[in-house]
Design a protein. Structure first.
Length: 155
């Protein structure tokens, strides 16, 4: 094994948070994919010399047969899996043309942002979901600040 092969692999991935009518697209990885049967935001590996947005547009055509408009970037997230590291570069997107056809994933679902964590997501996607929910005001509260029937700021 060469020195290069011994180094831990780090994958850079552009991913799409595809929005439509207040819902978000989630994709189930097929049984034959790495991290099988986990939900994820669609996207793929950034090729050498390729920009993140360019990668995302290419991957959405290859994986789902749709062209997307790429919008606002969210905070990149890095996660260490047992055999590799991955950095996800998330972008808000919308489908510009085409109908979703599954070329790699086994299923897709359109979810309300508040319901996203009801699925079993790939670990790397979790911080992106949380940021997205907070941005959209959909995060589940950790506690309630007021008692039922009372008004905030009043005893």
């Amino acid at each position: 094994m060469s020195h290069t092969e011994e180094q831990r692999r780090h994958v850079h991935v552009a991913c799409a948070i595809v929005e439509r009518d207040g819902l978000v697209l989630s994709a189930l990885r097929s049984a034959s994919m790495n991290l099988p049967l986990k939900w994820e935001f669609p996207g793929g590996k950034i090729e050498p010399g390729e920009g993140r947005e360019e990668c995302l547009k290419r991957e959405m055509v290859e994986e789902m047969g749709v062209e997307v408009e790429v919008g606002q970037a969210l905070t990149p997230a890095t996660h260490s899996y047992p055999s590799f590291d991955v950095t996800l570069y998330p972008y808000l997107c919308r489908i510009a043309s085409g109908e979703i056809t599954l070329y790699e994933h086994s299923e897709v679902r359109w979810l309300l942002p508040a319901k996203m964590l009801e699925l079993e997501w790939a670990d790397a996607d979790l911080p992106i979901i949380l940021e997205y929910q907070q941005m959209r005001g959909e995060a589940e509260p950790l506690f309630t600040a007021t008692a039922p029937g009372s008004r905030p700021g009043l005893p």
